[in-house]
Unconditional design. Structure first.
Length: 291
């Protein structure tokens, strides 16, 4: 849900590690300065990532989780048991790796999802129909995007995306999707931004996808001539702007998530839609970590 805008980033900022370093840390998916990204290695690291999620989603965004999760101060659900957990760690923080986690993403590959009851996003959006239109493709769901406030910088989101891309390369992923959120549950408060998405980056044809009928809320709230693009871009959450810069599309309807106090849209990002600029940029670094 929370992430940093990757628009207008300096592509010279990321310095790839040496081959020797990559070989030494075989499960590292990216490294920029004092930050590194990799998958969680232990149950303790997953628990620490859930604590970071709690700090952002509950303490900051006022989500209402089940009572046991609130008691434990952990954002946790059944999907955590079989998803991979991408972490960003600040290696300058003293202590164990669990103390160094400053950001996280939850990754769920299609084969794993199908073996465990499906995708998380299917509780809000018609994911099965999207998959059925692409039987030859491998999908991956991105979820629970979360970065601590003091680390919401271009460098951190660069590293998260480098990790996502390296992971996608490693597993032969053809397309990514996942929920992205606006704060709050009042649709009309986001009329400008939602209408802009609907008129400009709507997923169509074989990529078209809607919310489940009983949850679907209209995003076409303003006529196209009334939408000021500059104002709309300013009103978009940074995560969604980052997805757009990569070439993502959005589903045709939104969903109100009262538990998380958000308005959700579905992001759809075929690998083939990612611009050459970003493929070249992420590929240059992520390819080192994908084997």
């Amino acid at each position: 849900m929370s992430a940093i805008d990757i628009l207008n980033r300096d592509t010279t900022e990321a310095a790839p590690p040496s081959t020797a370093a990559a070989q030494k840390d075989g499960d590292i998916l990216g490294r920029i300065g004092n930050l590194e990204t990799r998958l969680a290695r232990t149950a303790r690291e997953i628990d620490a990532a859930q604590a970071v999620r709690y700090r952002v989603f509950v303490d900051e965004m006022k989500a209402q989780l089940p009572l046991e999760a609130m008691r434990r101060q952990r954002d946790v659900d059944a999907y955590d048991a079989f998803c991979d957990h991408l972490l960003v760690l600040d290696r300058t923080i003293e202590g164990d790796p669990e103390d160094q986690i400053v950001g996280t993403y939850r990754l769920l590959r299609q084969d794993v999802a199908m073996a465990n009851g499906g995708f998380y996003s299917a509780s809000e959006f018609e994911i099965e129909g999207l998959l059925a239109k692409h039987p030859d493709k491998r999908f991956m769901e991105l979820g629970r995007s979360c970065v601590l406030p003091e680390y919401r910088t271009k460098r951190t989101v660069e590293l998260l995306w480098q990790g996502n891309w390296a992971y996608a390369l490693k597993h032969g992923v053809s397309a990514m999707f996942g929920c992205a959120s606006f704060p709050g549950v009042y649709l009309e408060g986001h009329a400008l931004a939602l209408s802009f998405l609907y008129h400009n980056v709507l997923a169509k044809n074989e990529w078209a996808v809607s919310a489940l009928p009983h949850l679907a809320r209209n995003m076409d709230l303003m006529p196209v001539e009334a939408v000021n693009p500059k104002r709309a871009l300013m009103a978009l959450p940074p995560l969604i702007k980052g997805y757009m810069r990569l070439g993502a599309m959005v589903g045709s309807s939104a969903v109100i998530d009262h538990a998380f106090n958000t308005t959700d849209v579905l992001i759809v990002l075929p690998i083939s839609s990612i611009s050459d600029r970003y493929l070249n940029y992420y590929g240059a670094d992520a390819g080192r970590f994908a084997s």
